[in-house]
Design a binder for this molecule. Structure first.
Ligand code: ADP
Length: 616
Protein backbone atom coordinates (compact mmCIF):
# COMPACT_ATOMS: atom_id res chain seq x y z
CA UNK A 1 0.00 0.00 0.00
CA UNK A 2 1.30 3.48 -0.86
CA UNK A 3 2.29 5.84 1.94
CA UNK A 4 -0.21 8.31 0.52
CA UNK A 5 -3.00 5.74 0.89
CA UNK A 6 -1.85 4.90 4.40
CA UNK A 7 -1.80 8.55 5.34
CA UNK A 8 -5.27 9.01 3.83
CA UNK A 9 -6.56 5.98 5.75
CA UNK A 10 -5.01 7.25 8.96
CA UNK A 11 -6.48 10.72 8.59
CA UNK A 12 -9.84 9.30 7.46
CA UNK A 13 -9.89 7.13 10.54
CA UNK A 14 -9.32 10.18 12.74
CA UNK A 15 -12.03 12.00 10.81
CA UNK A 16 -14.35 9.01 11.33
CA UNK A 17 -13.66 9.04 15.07
CA UNK A 18 -14.52 12.75 15.24
CA UNK A 19 -17.72 12.21 13.22
CA UNK A 20 -18.70 9.16 15.29
CA UNK A 21 -18.26 10.98 18.59
CA UNK A 22 -19.98 14.12 17.34
CA UNK A 23 -22.79 12.12 15.63
CA UNK A 24 -23.64 9.87 18.55
CA UNK A 25 -23.44 12.83 20.95
CA UNK A 26 -25.77 14.88 18.74
CA UNK A 27 -28.12 11.89 18.23
CA UNK A 28 -28.54 11.19 21.93
CA UNK A 29 -28.80 14.84 22.82
CA UNK A 30 -31.52 15.19 20.22
CA UNK A 31 -33.30 12.14 21.62
CA UNK A 32 -33.17 13.56 25.12
CA UNK A 33 -34.44 16.92 23.91
CA UNK A 34 -37.28 15.19 22.03
CA UNK A 35 -38.23 13.12 25.05
CA UNK A 36 -38.37 16.12 27.33
CA UNK A 37 -40.29 18.07 24.69
CA UNK A 38 -42.76 15.21 24.49
CA UNK A 39 -43.28 15.26 28.23
CA UNK A 40 -44.07 18.94 28.00
CA UNK A 41 -46.34 18.47 25.01
CA UNK A 42 -48.04 15.26 26.12
CA UNK A 43 -48.58 15.69 29.78
CA UNK A 44 -47.63 19.11 30.98
CA UNK A 45 -50.24 20.70 28.64
CA UNK A 46 -52.92 18.21 29.82
CA UNK A 47 -52.11 19.13 33.42
CA UNK A 48 -52.44 22.79 32.48
CA UNK A 49 -55.83 22.15 30.75
CA UNK A 50 -57.10 20.16 33.75
CA UNK A 51 -56.11 22.92 36.14
CA UNK A 52 -57.97 25.50 34.02
CA UNK A 53 -60.98 23.16 33.78
CA UNK A 54 -60.89 22.56 37.53
CA UNK A 55 -60.79 26.26 38.23
CA UNK A 56 -63.69 26.91 35.80
CA UNK A 57 -65.70 23.95 37.17
CA UNK A 58 -65.33 25.16 40.73
CA UNK A 59 -66.40 28.61 39.66
CA UNK A 60 -69.46 27.17 37.79
CA UNK A 61 -70.33 25.16 40.89
CA UNK A 62 -69.97 28.26 43.07
CA UNK A 63 -72.44 30.06 40.81
CA UNK A 64 -74.85 27.10 41.13
CA UNK A 65 -74.50 26.97 44.87
CA UNK A 66 -75.27 30.65 45.00
CA UNK A 67 -78.27 30.27 42.66
CA UNK A 68 -79.94 27.33 44.27
CA UNK A 69 -79.13 28.04 47.88
CA UNK A 70 -79.55 31.87 48.02
CA UNK A 71 -82.65 33.61 49.14
CA UNK A 72 -81.89 36.66 47.01
CA UNK A 73 -84.02 36.70 43.86
CA UNK A 74 -81.62 38.87 41.87
CA UNK A 75 -78.96 36.34 42.38
CA UNK A 76 -81.24 33.42 41.48
CA UNK A 77 -82.20 35.00 38.19
CA UNK A 78 -79.09 36.61 36.92
CA UNK A 79 -76.48 33.98 37.60
CA UNK A 80 -77.07 31.72 34.62
CA UNK A 81 -77.03 34.49 32.09
CA UNK A 82 -74.23 36.47 33.69
CA UNK A 83 -71.33 36.98 31.32
CA UNK A 84 -68.74 35.82 33.85
CA UNK A 85 -70.63 32.52 34.32
CA UNK A 86 -70.76 32.09 30.54
CA UNK A 87 -67.08 32.87 30.39
CA UNK A 88 -66.32 30.07 32.89
CA UNK A 89 -68.31 27.65 30.76
CA UNK A 90 -66.39 28.76 27.73
CA UNK A 91 -63.04 28.27 29.53
CA UNK A 92 -64.07 24.77 30.57
CA UNK A 93 -65.22 23.82 27.10
CA UNK A 94 -62.20 25.26 25.34
CA UNK A 95 -59.82 23.39 27.62
CA UNK A 96 -61.85 20.22 27.19
CA UNK A 97 -61.59 20.64 23.44
CA UNK A 98 -57.83 21.10 23.70
CA UNK A 99 -57.54 18.07 25.95
CA UNK A 100 -59.46 15.97 23.44
CA UNK A 101 -56.75 16.73 20.92
CA UNK A 102 -53.98 15.88 23.37
CA UNK A 103 -54.67 12.23 24.21
CA UNK A 104 -51.39 10.53 25.06
CA UNK A 105 -51.95 8.01 27.83
CA UNK A 106 -53.71 4.66 27.86
CA UNK A 107 -57.30 5.05 29.14
CA UNK A 108 -57.11 8.81 28.73
CA UNK A 109 -59.41 8.76 25.67
CA UNK A 110 -62.18 6.85 27.47
CA UNK A 111 -61.87 9.09 30.49
CA UNK A 112 -62.07 12.25 28.36
CA UNK A 113 -65.09 10.83 26.48
CA UNK A 114 -66.84 10.02 29.71
CA UNK A 115 -65.92 13.48 31.09
CA UNK A 116 -67.28 15.10 27.98
CA UNK A 117 -70.55 13.12 28.20
CA UNK A 118 -70.91 13.92 31.86
CA UNK A 119 -70.25 17.59 31.17
CA UNK A 120 -72.92 17.60 28.47
CA UNK A 121 -75.26 15.95 30.98
CA UNK A 122 -74.38 18.58 33.54
CA UNK A 123 -75.10 21.40 31.05
CA UNK A 124 -78.41 19.75 30.15
CA UNK A 125 -79.34 19.68 33.86
CA UNK A 126 -78.44 23.37 34.11
CA UNK A 127 -80.47 24.22 30.99
CA UNK A 128 -83.47 22.28 32.30
CA UNK A 129 -83.40 24.17 35.55
CA UNK A 130 -83.18 27.41 33.61
CA UNK A 131 -85.93 26.59 31.23
CA UNK A 132 -88.23 25.19 33.82
CA UNK A 133 -87.29 27.90 36.33
CA UNK A 134 -86.33 25.38 38.94
CA UNK A 135 -84.65 27.14 41.82
CA UNK A 136 -84.90 24.93 44.89
CA UNK A 137 -81.96 23.50 46.69
CA UNK A 138 -83.33 20.05 46.33
CA UNK A 139 -82.73 20.03 42.55
CA UNK A 140 -79.19 21.11 43.19
CA UNK A 141 -78.37 18.42 45.69
CA UNK A 142 -80.06 15.58 43.84
CA UNK A 143 -79.04 16.40 40.26
CA UNK A 144 -76.33 19.00 39.97
CA UNK A 145 -74.07 18.31 42.94
CA UNK A 146 -73.60 14.57 42.20
CA UNK A 147 -72.81 15.33 38.57
CA UNK A 148 -70.40 18.08 39.61
CA UNK A 149 -68.62 15.64 41.92
CA UNK A 150 -68.34 13.05 39.11
CA UNK A 151 -66.92 15.63 36.66
CA UNK A 152 -64.54 17.01 39.26
CA UNK A 153 -63.37 13.51 40.15
CA UNK A 154 -62.78 12.75 36.47
CA UNK A 155 -60.83 16.00 35.95
CA UNK A 156 -58.68 15.08 38.99
CA UNK A 157 -58.25 11.58 37.63
CA UNK A 158 -57.03 13.03 34.31
CA UNK A 159 -54.78 15.42 36.22
CA UNK A 160 -53.27 12.60 38.23
CA UNK A 161 -52.95 10.42 35.19
CA UNK A 162 -50.84 13.10 33.45
CA UNK A 163 -48.89 13.95 36.61
CA UNK A 164 -47.94 10.29 37.01
CA UNK A 165 -47.04 10.13 33.36
CA UNK A 166 -44.71 13.15 33.86
CA UNK A 167 -43.02 11.46 36.82
CA UNK A 168 -42.73 8.17 34.96
CA UNK A 169 -41.41 9.82 31.84
CA UNK A 170 -38.87 11.95 33.67
CA UNK A 171 -37.60 8.76 35.31
CA UNK A 172 -37.28 7.28 31.84
CA UNK A 173 -35.54 10.44 30.71
CA UNK A 174 -33.03 10.14 33.53
CA UNK A 175 -32.41 6.49 32.66
CA UNK A 176 -31.89 7.40 29.02
CA UNK A 177 -29.49 10.19 30.05
CA UNK A 178 -27.53 7.71 32.14
CA UNK A 179 -27.45 5.25 29.26
CA UNK A 180 -26.33 7.99 26.86
CA UNK A 181 -23.53 8.95 29.26
CA UNK A 182 -22.40 5.32 29.44
CA UNK A 183 -22.62 4.77 25.68
CA UNK A 184 -20.79 7.99 24.91
CA UNK A 185 -18.13 7.19 27.54
CA UNK A 186 -17.57 3.73 26.03
CA UNK A 187 -17.41 5.05 22.47
CA UNK A 188 -15.17 7.94 23.59
CA UNK A 189 -12.86 5.56 25.48
CA UNK A 190 -12.56 3.22 22.50
CA UNK A 191 -11.92 6.13 20.16
CA UNK A 192 -9.36 7.70 22.52
CA UNK A 193 -7.54 4.35 22.90
CA UNK A 194 -7.43 3.73 19.17
CA UNK A 195 -6.43 7.36 18.48
CA UNK A 196 -3.67 7.19 21.11
CA UNK A 197 -2.26 4.02 19.58
CA UNK A 198 -2.51 5.64 16.20
CA UNK A 199 -0.82 8.89 17.37
CA UNK A 200 2.01 6.97 19.05
CA UNK A 201 2.60 4.46 16.28
CA UNK A 202 1.98 6.48 13.15
CA UNK A 203 4.88 9.02 13.40
CA UNK A 204 7.25 6.13 14.17
CA UNK A 205 5.89 4.30 11.15
CA UNK A 206 6.97 7.22 8.94
CA UNK A 207 10.13 8.27 10.78
CA UNK A 208 11.68 4.84 11.56
CA UNK A 209 12.40 3.94 7.92
CA UNK A 210 13.74 7.47 7.32
CA UNK A 211 16.09 7.12 10.33
CA UNK A 212 17.26 3.72 9.09
CA UNK A 213 17.85 5.25 5.67
CA UNK A 214 19.88 8.14 7.17
CA UNK A 215 22.02 5.72 9.22
CA UNK A 216 22.60 3.52 6.19
CA UNK A 217 23.63 6.50 4.06
CA UNK A 218 26.11 7.54 6.79
CA UNK A 219 27.51 4.00 6.76
CA UNK A 220 27.81 4.09 2.97
CA UNK A 221 29.67 7.40 3.21
CA UNK A 222 32.11 5.57 5.51
CA UNK A 223 32.63 3.06 2.71
CA UNK A 224 30.71 0.34 4.53
CA UNK A 225 29.14 -0.98 1.36
CA UNK A 226 27.82 -4.13 3.11
CA UNK A 227 25.03 -1.97 4.51
CA UNK A 228 21.49 -3.10 3.50
CA UNK A 229 17.93 -1.96 4.27
CA UNK A 230 15.15 -4.41 5.06
CA UNK A 231 11.66 -2.84 4.92
CA UNK A 232 8.73 -5.21 4.46
CA UNK A 233 6.16 -2.44 4.47
CA UNK A 234 4.92 -2.95 0.93
CA UNK A 235 4.99 0.77 0.23
CA UNK A 236 7.36 3.42 -1.13
CA UNK A 237 9.75 2.68 1.74
CA UNK A 238 10.13 -0.85 0.51
CA UNK A 239 10.77 0.44 -3.03
CA UNK A 240 13.30 2.85 -1.56
CA UNK A 241 15.00 0.00 0.33
CA UNK A 242 15.20 -2.08 -2.85
CA UNK A 243 16.79 0.82 -4.78
CA UNK A 244 19.15 1.57 -1.89
CA UNK A 245 20.24 -2.06 -1.68
CA UNK A 246 20.86 -2.14 -5.42
CA UNK A 247 22.98 0.99 -5.12
CA UNK A 248 24.99 -0.48 -2.20
CA UNK A 249 25.45 -3.70 -4.15
CA UNK A 250 26.77 -1.78 -7.17
CA UNK A 251 29.10 0.30 -4.98
CA UNK A 252 30.32 -2.88 -3.31
CA UNK A 253 31.05 -4.47 -6.66
CA UNK A 254 32.76 -1.32 -7.88
CA UNK A 255 34.83 -1.04 -4.71
CA UNK A 256 35.94 -4.65 -4.96
CA UNK A 257 36.75 -4.52 -8.65
CA UNK A 258 38.65 -1.26 -8.06
CA UNK A 259 40.36 -2.71 -5.05
CA UNK A 260 41.52 -5.71 -7.03
CA UNK A 261 42.86 -3.39 -9.72
CA UNK A 262 44.59 -1.17 -7.19
CA UNK A 263 46.07 -4.18 -5.39
CA UNK A 264 47.39 -5.53 -8.68
CA UNK A 265 48.93 -2.16 -9.55
CA UNK A 266 50.39 -1.90 -6.05
CA UNK A 267 51.98 -5.36 -6.30
CA UNK A 268 53.40 -4.52 -9.69
CA UNK A 269 54.87 -1.23 -8.45
CA UNK A 270 56.29 -3.00 -5.41
CA UNK A 271 57.93 -5.56 -7.66
CA UNK A 272 59.48 -2.83 -9.79
CA UNK A 273 60.73 -0.92 -6.74
CA UNK A 274 62.05 -4.10 -5.11
CA UNK A 275 63.99 -5.12 -8.19
CA UNK A 276 65.58 -1.73 -8.72
CA UNK A 277 69.35 -1.53 -8.35
CA UNK A 278 69.00 1.75 -6.45
CA UNK A 279 67.95 1.96 -2.83
CA UNK A 280 64.48 3.54 -2.63
CA UNK A 281 62.69 4.96 0.40
CA UNK A 282 59.22 6.50 0.05
CA UNK A 283 57.92 9.01 2.56
CA UNK A 284 54.52 10.63 2.81
CA UNK A 285 53.97 14.37 3.20
CA UNK A 286 54.33 14.05 7.01
CA UNK A 287 57.66 12.22 6.71
CA UNK A 288 56.23 8.80 7.64
CA UNK A 289 57.96 5.95 5.83
CA UNK A 290 55.60 4.36 3.29
CA UNK A 291 57.84 1.82 1.59
CA UNK A 292 61.48 0.70 1.33
CA UNK A 293 63.06 -1.71 -1.10
CA UNK A 294 65.35 -4.56 -0.01
CA UNK A 295 68.54 -2.66 -0.97
CA UNK A 296 67.47 0.27 1.21
CA UNK A 297 66.85 -2.03 4.20
CA UNK A 298 70.30 -3.61 3.70
CA UNK A 299 72.07 -0.25 3.49
CA UNK A 300 70.23 1.11 6.52
CA UNK A 301 70.79 -2.16 8.39
CA UNK A 302 67.15 -2.24 9.51
CA UNK A 303 64.29 -4.60 8.74
CA UNK A 304 61.32 -3.49 6.63
CA UNK A 305 59.01 -3.83 9.64
CA UNK A 306 61.09 -1.47 11.73
CA UNK A 307 60.93 1.14 8.97
CA UNK A 308 57.53 1.07 7.27
CA UNK A 309 54.89 3.13 9.05
CA UNK A 310 57.47 4.84 11.27
CA UNK A 311 58.12 8.56 11.49
CA UNK A 312 61.41 8.99 9.59
CA UNK A 313 63.02 11.52 11.99
CA UNK A 314 62.39 9.05 14.86
CA UNK A 315 64.22 6.27 13.01
CA UNK A 316 66.91 8.77 11.93
CA UNK A 317 67.71 9.59 15.56
CA UNK A 318 69.37 6.16 15.83
CA UNK A 319 70.45 5.71 12.21
CA UNK A 320 73.24 7.91 10.80
CA UNK A 321 72.57 7.07 7.17
CA UNK A 322 68.87 7.91 7.33
CA UNK A 323 69.74 11.10 9.25
CA UNK A 324 72.05 12.09 6.40
CA UNK A 325 69.39 11.22 3.82
CA UNK A 326 66.58 13.26 5.35
CA UNK A 327 68.85 16.15 6.38
CA UNK A 328 67.40 18.29 3.61
CA UNK A 329 63.86 17.60 4.82
CA UNK A 330 64.73 18.50 8.39
CA UNK A 331 66.59 21.73 7.69
CA UNK A 332 64.34 22.76 4.80
CA UNK A 333 67.42 23.86 2.84
CA UNK A 334 68.29 22.18 -0.41
CA UNK A 335 71.80 20.80 -0.35
CA UNK A 336 73.79 22.48 -3.06
CA UNK A 337 76.84 20.36 -2.84
CA UNK A 338 75.80 16.77 -3.24
CA UNK A 339 78.76 14.70 -2.20
CA UNK A 340 78.62 10.98 -2.65
CA UNK A 341 78.16 8.82 0.42
CA UNK A 342 80.68 6.09 1.24
CA UNK A 343 78.82 3.12 2.74
CA UNK A 344 80.33 -0.18 3.81
CA UNK A 345 78.27 -2.74 1.96
CA UNK A 346 78.95 -6.32 0.87
CA UNK A 347 82.34 -6.30 2.60
CA UNK A 348 83.69 -3.26 0.78
CA UNK A 349 83.33 0.48 0.73
CA UNK A 350 80.81 1.48 -1.89
CA UNK A 351 79.79 4.90 -3.06
CA UNK A 352 76.23 6.14 -3.43
CA UNK A 353 74.79 9.33 -4.84
CA UNK A 354 71.75 10.47 -2.90
CA UNK A 355 68.79 12.14 -4.45
CA UNK A 356 65.65 13.59 -2.96
CA UNK A 357 62.62 13.68 -5.26
CA UNK A 358 59.66 15.83 -4.26
CA UNK A 359 56.42 14.17 -5.41
CA UNK A 360 53.71 16.66 -6.29
CA UNK A 361 50.09 16.05 -7.20
CA UNK A 362 50.21 17.53 -10.67
CA UNK A 363 53.86 16.77 -11.36
CA UNK A 364 54.50 20.50 -11.23
CA UNK A 365 57.93 21.86 -10.37
CA UNK A 366 56.49 24.30 -7.90
CA UNK A 367 56.47 22.72 -4.47
CA UNK A 368 54.04 23.97 -1.85
CA UNK A 369 52.03 22.56 1.00
CA UNK A 370 48.96 22.03 -1.18
CA UNK A 371 50.40 20.02 -4.02
CA UNK A 372 53.15 18.13 -2.18
CA UNK A 373 52.17 14.51 -1.50
CA UNK A 374 55.45 12.91 -0.47
CA UNK A 375 59.13 12.33 -1.03
CA UNK A 376 61.24 9.59 -2.58
CA UNK A 377 64.81 9.19 -1.40
CA UNK A 378 67.09 7.28 -3.71
CA UNK A 379 70.66 6.08 -3.34
CA UNK A 380 72.32 5.31 -6.65
CA UNK A 381 75.33 3.02 -6.56
CA UNK A 382 78.13 5.04 -8.19
CA UNK A 383 81.06 2.93 -6.93
CA UNK A 384 82.15 2.17 -10.50
CA UNK A 385 82.18 5.85 -11.50
CA UNK A 386 83.92 6.70 -8.28
CA UNK A 387 86.65 4.18 -9.01
CA UNK A 388 87.06 5.60 -12.52
CA UNK A 389 87.22 9.12 -11.09
CA UNK A 390 89.84 8.02 -8.58
CA UNK A 391 91.87 6.38 -11.33
CA UNK A 392 91.65 9.59 -13.34
CA UNK A 393 92.76 11.69 -10.34
CA UNK A 394 95.69 9.37 -9.71
CA UNK A 395 96.59 9.50 -13.35
CA UNK A 396 96.48 13.32 -13.34
CA UNK A 397 98.49 13.42 -10.12
CA UNK A 398 101.14 11.11 -11.56
CA UNK A 399 101.30 12.86 -14.91
CA UNK A 400 101.45 16.34 -13.40
CA UNK A 401 104.10 15.19 -10.97
CA UNK A 402 106.10 13.56 -13.74
CA UNK A 403 105.75 16.65 -15.94
CA UNK A 404 107.20 18.89 -13.25
CA UNK A 405 110.77 17.61 -13.71
CA UNK A 406 111.01 17.97 -17.50
CA UNK A 407 109.33 21.38 -17.18
CA UNK A 408 111.97 22.52 -14.67
CA UNK A 409 114.70 21.35 -17.09
CA UNK A 410 113.04 23.25 -19.95
CA UNK A 411 112.90 26.40 -17.77
CA UNK A 412 116.58 25.86 -16.80
CA UNK A 413 117.59 25.37 -20.41
CA UNK A 414 115.72 28.50 -21.45
CA UNK A 415 117.54 30.48 -18.76
CA UNK A 416 120.86 29.10 -20.06
CA UNK A 417 119.93 29.96 -23.63
CA UNK A 418 119.27 33.56 -22.53
CA UNK A 419 122.76 33.74 -21.01
CA UNK A 420 125.08 35.57 -23.40
CA UNK A 421 127.96 33.39 -22.32
CA UNK A 422 126.44 30.49 -24.18
CA UNK A 423 126.15 32.43 -27.35
CA UNK A 424 124.59 35.52 -28.80
CA UNK A 425 121.04 35.13 -30.09
CA UNK A 426 119.57 37.06 -32.90
CA UNK A 427 116.26 38.93 -32.58
CA UNK A 428 114.28 36.12 -34.12
CA UNK A 429 115.71 33.58 -31.70
CA UNK A 430 115.06 35.89 -28.71
CA UNK A 431 111.42 36.17 -29.77
CA UNK A 432 111.10 32.39 -30.16
CA UNK A 433 112.69 31.80 -26.77
CA UNK A 434 110.31 34.35 -25.18
CA UNK A 435 107.38 32.47 -26.73
CA UNK A 436 108.66 29.13 -25.45
CA UNK A 437 109.17 30.73 -22.03
CA UNK A 438 105.58 32.05 -21.94
CA UNK A 439 104.15 28.69 -23.00
CA UNK A 440 106.26 26.79 -20.51
CA UNK A 441 105.10 29.18 -17.77
CA UNK A 442 101.52 28.49 -18.75
CA UNK A 443 102.25 24.80 -18.83
CA UNK A 444 103.77 24.94 -15.40
CA UNK A 445 100.71 26.85 -14.11
CA UNK A 446 98.42 24.16 -15.52
CA UNK A 447 100.58 21.41 -14.06
CA UNK A 448 100.58 23.21 -10.69
CA UNK A 449 96.79 23.57 -10.67
CA UNK A 450 96.33 19.95 -11.76
CA UNK A 451 98.53 18.87 -8.90
CA UNK A 452 96.57 21.03 -6.45
CA UNK A 453 93.34 19.58 -7.77
CA UNK A 454 94.51 16.01 -7.50
CA UNK A 455 95.57 16.76 -3.95
CA UNK A 456 92.12 18.12 -3.23
CA UNK A 457 90.38 15.18 -4.87
CA UNK A 458 92.37 12.55 -3.11
CA UNK A 459 91.62 14.34 0.14
CA UNK A 460 95.26 15.20 0.60
CA UNK A 461 94.89 18.90 1.30
CA UNK A 462 97.10 19.67 4.24
CA UNK A 463 95.83 22.71 6.06
CA UNK A 464 98.02 24.78 8.31
CA UNK A 465 95.28 26.54 10.27
CA UNK A 466 96.47 29.55 12.22
CA UNK A 467 95.33 32.99 13.38
CA UNK A 468 95.31 35.22 10.35
CA UNK A 469 94.63 38.95 10.02
CA UNK A 470 92.04 39.45 7.24
CA UNK A 471 94.00 42.46 5.99
CA UNK A 472 97.03 40.20 5.56
CA UNK A 473 95.24 37.91 3.13
CA UNK A 474 94.17 40.90 1.05
CA UNK A 475 97.55 42.66 1.06
CA UNK A 476 99.51 39.51 0.09
CA UNK A 477 97.15 38.87 -2.81
CA UNK A 478 97.12 42.50 -4.03
CA UNK A 479 100.89 42.67 -3.80
CA UNK A 480 101.18 39.53 -5.95
CA UNK A 481 98.90 40.97 -8.62
CA UNK A 482 100.03 44.59 -8.54
CA UNK A 483 102.08 44.13 -11.68
CA UNK A 484 99.26 42.59 -13.68
CA UNK A 485 96.86 45.33 -12.53
CA UNK A 486 99.27 48.07 -13.48
CA UNK A 487 99.75 46.53 -16.88
CA UNK A 488 96.03 46.85 -17.53
CA UNK A 489 95.75 50.21 -15.77
CA UNK A 490 93.28 48.75 -13.32
CA UNK A 491 93.12 50.31 -9.84
CA UNK A 492 92.47 48.16 -6.78
CA UNK A 493 90.60 49.72 -3.84
CA UNK A 494 90.47 47.97 -0.49
CA UNK A 495 87.62 48.72 1.95
CA UNK A 496 87.74 47.12 5.38
CA UNK A 497 84.68 47.77 7.53
CA UNK A 498 85.33 48.32 11.26
CA UNK A 499 87.86 46.45 13.34
CA UNK A 500 88.03 42.96 11.91
CA UNK A 501 88.78 40.03 14.20
CA UNK A 502 91.34 37.44 13.12
CA UNK A 503 90.18 34.43 11.13
CA UNK A 504 91.06 30.76 11.53
CA UNK A 505 92.62 29.94 8.20
CA UNK A 506 95.46 28.51 6.21
CA UNK A 507 97.22 31.69 5.13
CA UNK A 508 98.74 30.30 1.91
CA UNK A 509 95.51 28.71 0.69
CA UNK A 510 93.41 31.76 1.52
CA UNK A 511 95.88 34.07 -0.23
CA UNK A 512 95.81 31.65 -3.19
CA UNK A 513 92.03 31.95 -3.37
CA UNK A 514 92.07 35.74 -3.00
CA UNK A 515 94.79 36.02 -5.64
CA UNK A 516 92.86 33.74 -7.97
CA UNK A 517 89.70 35.87 -7.62
CA UNK A 518 91.73 39.03 -8.10
CA UNK A 519 93.47 37.57 -11.17
CA UNK A 520 90.09 36.69 -12.69
CA UNK A 521 88.74 40.14 -11.86
CA UNK A 522 91.68 41.80 -13.59
CA UNK A 523 91.45 39.39 -16.50
CA UNK A 524 87.73 40.08 -17.13
CA UNK A 525 87.83 43.88 -16.43
CA UNK A 526 88.26 46.43 -19.19
CA UNK A 527 91.35 48.60 -19.17
CA UNK A 528 91.42 51.60 -16.82
CA UNK A 529 88.63 50.25 -14.67
CA UNK A 530 88.67 49.62 -10.95
CA UNK A 531 88.37 46.63 -8.68
CA UNK A 532 87.06 46.89 -5.12
CA UNK A 533 87.95 44.51 -2.31
CA UNK A 534 85.70 44.43 0.76
CA UNK A 535 86.04 42.67 4.07
CA UNK A 536 83.46 42.86 6.87
CA UNK A 537 82.28 40.92 9.87
CA UNK A 538 79.17 38.84 9.27
CA UNK A 539 78.15 36.86 12.36
CA UNK A 540 80.91 34.42 13.13
CA UNK A 541 82.52 34.86 9.72
CA UNK A 542 84.50 37.46 7.85
CA UNK A 543 83.21 37.93 4.32
CA UNK A 544 85.78 38.85 1.66
CA UNK A 545 84.49 40.18 -1.68
CA UNK A 546 86.17 41.07 -4.95
CA UNK A 547 84.03 43.33 -7.08
CA UNK A 548 84.91 44.08 -10.69
CA UNK A 549 83.04 46.07 -13.33
CA UNK A 550 83.83 43.81 -16.23
CA UNK A 551 81.87 41.54 -18.53
CA UNK A 552 79.91 39.79 -15.78
CA UNK A 553 78.48 36.28 -15.83
CA UNK A 554 75.06 35.18 -17.06
CA UNK A 555 72.71 33.61 -14.49
CA UNK A 556 72.74 30.20 -16.17
CA UNK A 557 76.50 29.84 -15.72
CA UNK A 558 76.76 31.16 -12.15
CA UNK A 559 76.14 27.76 -10.51
CA UNK A 560 78.47 25.92 -12.85
CA UNK A 561 81.60 28.08 -12.78
CA UNK A 562 82.68 26.35 -9.55
CA UNK A 563 82.73 22.99 -11.35
CA UNK A 564 86.03 21.58 -12.52
CA UNK A 565 87.17 22.45 -16.04
CA UNK A 566 84.12 24.61 -16.62
CA UNK A 567 84.68 27.66 -18.73
CA UNK A 568 82.06 30.06 -20.01
CA UNK A 569 81.83 29.49 -23.77
CA UNK A 570 81.75 33.17 -24.79
CA UNK A 571 84.94 34.00 -22.91
CA UNK A 572 87.77 35.22 -25.13
CA UNK A 573 90.29 33.95 -22.65
CA UNK A 574 89.40 30.28 -22.76
CA UNK A 575 92.74 29.69 -24.34
CA UNK A 576 94.64 31.00 -21.35
CA UNK A 577 92.48 29.50 -18.52
CA UNK A 578 92.08 25.96 -17.32
CA UNK A 579 88.66 26.18 -15.72
CA UNK A 580 90.17 24.90 -12.49
CA UNK A 581 90.80 28.09 -10.49
CA UNK A 582 87.31 28.50 -9.00
CA UNK A 583 86.90 24.72 -8.43
CA UNK A 584 90.12 24.63 -6.40
CA UNK A 585 89.14 27.87 -4.60
CA UNK A 586 85.88 26.24 -3.56
CA UNK A 587 87.63 23.16 -2.22
CA UNK A 588 90.15 25.31 -0.30
CA UNK A 589 87.51 27.56 1.27
CA UNK A 590 85.17 24.72 2.22
CA UNK A 591 88.06 22.73 3.69
CA UNK A 592 88.56 25.73 6.01
CA UNK A 593 84.89 25.77 7.04
CA UNK A 594 83.83 28.67 4.83
CA UNK A 595 81.65 29.25 1.79
CA UNK A 596 82.20 30.78 -1.63
CA UNK A 597 79.64 32.35 -3.98
CA UNK A 598 79.12 34.81 -6.81
CA UNK A 599 76.70 37.64 -7.56
CA UNK A 600 76.85 38.94 -11.09
CA UNK A 601 75.02 40.37 -14.02
CA UNK A 602 76.05 40.24 -17.63
CA UNK A 603 77.96 43.41 -18.63
CA UNK A 604 77.83 45.06 -15.20
CA UNK A 605 80.53 43.18 -13.38
CA UNK A 606 80.86 40.31 -10.93
CA UNK A 607 81.24 40.13 -7.21
CA UNK A 608 82.98 36.97 -5.95
CA UNK A 609 82.82 36.46 -2.18
CA UNK A 610 84.06 33.92 0.32
CA UNK A 611 83.76 33.66 4.07
CA UNK A 612 86.15 32.36 6.70
CA UNK A 613 85.36 31.64 10.36
CA UNK A 614 86.66 34.08 12.96
CA UNK A 615 88.64 33.02 16.04
CA UNK A 616 86.36 31.90 18.87
P1 ADP B 1 89.93 29.95 -15.58
O1 ADP B 1 91.24 29.44 -15.17
O2 ADP B 1 89.52 29.48 -16.92
O3 ADP B 1 89.76 31.40 -15.36
P2 ADP B 1 88.17 29.71 -13.37
O4 ADP B 1 87.68 28.54 -12.64
O5 ADP B 1 88.97 30.69 -12.59
O6 ADP B 1 88.94 29.20 -14.63
O7 ADP B 1 86.91 30.42 -13.97
C1 ADP B 1 85.88 29.71 -14.63
C2 ADP B 1 85.13 30.61 -15.60
O8 ADP B 1 84.46 31.61 -14.90
C3 ADP B 1 86.03 31.37 -16.51
O9 ADP B 1 86.22 30.69 -17.72
C4 ADP B 1 85.32 32.67 -16.76
O10 ADP B 1 84.58 32.61 -17.95
C5 ADP B 1 84.41 32.84 -15.61
N1 ADP B 1 84.90 33.91 -14.70
C6 ADP B 1 85.65 33.76 -13.58
N2 ADP B 1 85.82 34.96 -12.96
C7 ADP B 1 85.15 35.89 -13.70
C8 ADP B 1 84.96 37.31 -13.58
N3 ADP B 1 85.46 38.04 -12.59
N4 ADP B 1 84.20 37.93 -14.53
C9 ADP B 1 83.66 37.21 -15.55
N5 ADP B 1 83.81 35.86 -15.73
C10 ADP B 1 84.55 35.22 -14.80
Amino acid sequence: MKIKTKLSIGLSFLFFVIVLLGGTGAFYLNQLANDSKKVIQDNYLSVKFMKEMLKALESINAYQTARFNSTRTDVKENVFNSPSFKNQLKIFEENLKLQKRNITEIGEQELVNSLSNNYEEYIKLLERAENEKIADADYYFTNLAPMYDIIRAQVFELLNMNMEAIIRKSENLQNTAKKVTIYLSIIGLVCITISLVFIIRFPAYISNPINSLINSIIEISKRNYEQRLDFKTNDEFQELAISFNQMAEKLNEYEHSNLAKILFEKRRNELIINQMKDAIIGLDKHKNILFVNPLATKLLGLSEDSLVGKYAPDVASTNDLLRNLIQELMTGEQEKDKKSLAIYYENEEQHFAKEMIYITKDNSKEINDKNLIGYVLSLKNITKFHELDEAKTNFIATISHELKTPLSSIKMSLKLLEDSRIGKLNQEQIKLISNVKEESQRLSKIVGELLDLSQVETGNIKLAIQEVEPAQIISYATDALKFQANQKNVSIETKLTGILPKVQADLDKSVWVMANLLANAIKYSPEKSKIQIFAFLNGKFITFSVQDFGIGIEKQYQERIFERFFQIPHSDDTQTGTGLGLAISKEFIEAQGGKIWVESERNSGSKFSFSLPIME
